[in-house]
Design a protein around this ligand. Structure first.
Ligand code: ADP
Ligand code: MG
Length: 292
């Protein structure tokens, strides 16, 4: 491509809310075989709500919710906000927090008024020597609805299963349908539960799901997609997406995402959703066609 055609292409893209931070990305995007997307905050709103709380025998809702919300009040994860909001709505007053610790990819833990409280994924409970299987029927049912099951342990005992649901953005389904018409495969990479990821993928017609990925695992997932399918464009919004954005052939950040993701990306979508990706791809193809 000539420098002029690249300039015209990137200028036209900017008018559509797609910022090409690097001119080469306009040339390489047209070669992508797969669009890999992060789930939370990219496909979904990233603002989950608490939908279910199932107690183990001997535990009561106000006490469990109060203890768990006290811990989550210190966490930055979107899940944490859902739990704190639910506790506040039920008029609960948070307790006194001590020794807070975030276990990346697993959950959070702390002491609340001297009582040990842990909350996170099933693998976190397993790591604590607890067996989340007593909730497996409910967890399966909720996961199949696209909800994320979490588990709370209080004083070393499994106390509750809590489900949160993160609504899909209004524009996501149409963007994925357009990408399919443009001949691309769409893959989802998520740290969330497999069942939850697969339910969301089914709703959106996503071709491949890589779930229960630990924060360092997103880069490996991108490498694997490259080997299996060819050039990969990765779309994400979070701090933990930055390495995958850098590893991909084209890194695309959601403009409403974190600064760290934006800095790691070649392309930034000002619209704050996936809708800019098919537009960027069409422009990449058109720009390169014009010069032939
Ligand atoms: P993602 O951004 O895909 O959610 P993370 O690595 O941040 O990936 O989290 C992976 C999983 O760890 C979450 O789906 C959740 O099950 C658990 N987790 C992480 N942080 C928290 C938290 N603050 N409260 C409860 N669970 C959490
Ligand atoms: Mg995200």
């Amino acid at each position: 491509a000539t420098p002029t055609s690249i300039m015209v292409g990137t200028g036209r893209a900017a008018q559509m809310g797609v910022l090409f931070r690097k001119g080469e990305a306009l040339q390489s995007l047209k070669d992508a075989a797969v669009i890999a997307v992060d789930k939370t905050g990219t496909l979904t709103k990233g603002r989950p709500e608490l939908t279910d709380l199932v107690l183990a025998p001997g535990f009561e809702r106000p006490a469990v919710l109060q203890q768990v919300a006290t811990v989550e009040n210190k966490s930055e994860h979107p899940i944490a906000q859902a739990i704190v909001t639910a506790a506040t709505a039920e008029g609960l007053t948070l307790g006194t927090l001590d020794r807070f610790e975030s276990v990346t990819g697993f959950g959070v833990r702390a002491e609340v008024d001297g009582v040990r409280v842990e909350i996170g994924a099933d693998r976190f409970m397993t790591r604590l020597g607890l067996d989340p299987a007593q909730f497996s029927g409910e967890a399966t049912r909720l996961g199949d609805q696209g909800k994320t099951p979490l588990y709370a342990a209080i004083d070393g005992q499994l106390a509750a299963m809590i489900a949160v649901a993160d609504p899909i953005k209004d524009t996501t389904a149409a963007a994925i349908a357009t990408l399919h018409r443009q001949g691309l495969k769409v893959a989802m990479i998520t740290g969330d539960n497999r069942r939850t990821g697969e339910a969301i993928a089914r709703q959106l017609g996503i071709d491949e799901v890589i779930a229960e990925v630990l924060p360092d695992g997103k880069v490996d997932a991108v490498k694997r997609l490259k080997q299996e399918h060819g050039p990969v464009a990765y779309v994400g919004d979070g701090i933990n997406d930055a390495p995958a954005l850098a590893e991909a052939d084209v890194g695309i950040a959601i403009g409403t995402g974190t600064d760290i993701a934006i800095e790691a990306a070649d392309v930034v979508l000002m619209s704050g959703d996936l809708g800019g990706v098919p537009n960027a791809l069409a422009l990449s193809r058109a720009t390169l066609a014009n010069i032939r």
